[in-house]
Design a protein around this ligand. Sequence first.
Ligand code: PMV
Length: 327
Amino acid sequence: MKASAIAPANIAFIKYWGKADPITRVPQNNSVSMNLSDMYTTTTVEFSETYDQDSVSFVGEKVTKDHELRRVSRALDLIREKAGSNLYAKVVTKNTFPKATGIASSASGFASLAVAGFRALDVSLEEKELSLFCRALSGTACRSIPDGFVEWVAGSGPDDSFGKTIFDVDHWNICDVVAIVTTEMKKVSSTDGHAIADTSPFYEARMSGLNTKLASLKEAMRHRNFESFGRIIEAEALNMHAICLTSTPSLLYWSPTTVAVMKRVTQARQDGLACYYTIDAGPSVHVICSEDDSKDVLAILNNIEGVERAVVNRPCRGAHVSEEHLF
Ligand code: PMV
């Protein structure tokens, strides 16, 4: 009763920031993302009568934090409930990138856990049901299930809030060159950030402009209009971080290197290189450019002091079963 799965992290072009329901993780607004080919999580799950409790380990880390174990165990409870099983599980998981630094490790982590867990218990779910299930585990995990470019439709409640492909992997050969800025985990979790989003005096203004922005973004993506797309995603990232900064308490996810990268990207653009940044809830910066320009962007980012390394990602398929087990 062992199975493994791989799930990509994803980068949001329109951000999910604020929940309509904190328990089921139904969001306030639709969001749009791209799966990241080179930033992913592999998870192996084994259910067995020989285990008398759940165990979780991250490859490369000596101890698992209590709150991480509790969250994974709660997810396993939901998997067991759906599968009608009462067996404990051993979970081993491995990321290709550091956790909680503005790269969606909970998305790839929980999406891979769900796919591996259900396969191990021989339960097969359709994509929509799997995405709905993953949303309840960790909101953005619902966007790591479908392929390519994904929209998470907020929906009217927990039964119709899920991610679906809006453009396939091959629709557009853009890249996300991620500047990993620190391996230190962020101090304020995004769960806490979502909870205070509406304390910002600008939150209502953000919400009122969101549907128009969403429509313009999808139009730009449909026509592969890179300049229009880039302007929208950069403005959207700044909009979300303006909400963070003006929430009570104020949240600043950036480090000095984050700002250095933002400025360098603006400069590179003025010098004629078509690239735009976006930032999730952490200090890492995602720089979006064409496949052709990705080498130049990579070289620029690797040259900035404070950037630990930069990684080129292409659009890719969503979560899937893997035959390679971690134990
Ligand atoms: O999935 P969470 O709760 O960590 O939310 C993170 C949300 C952002 O990454 C900041 C934006 C997004 O839509 O991915």
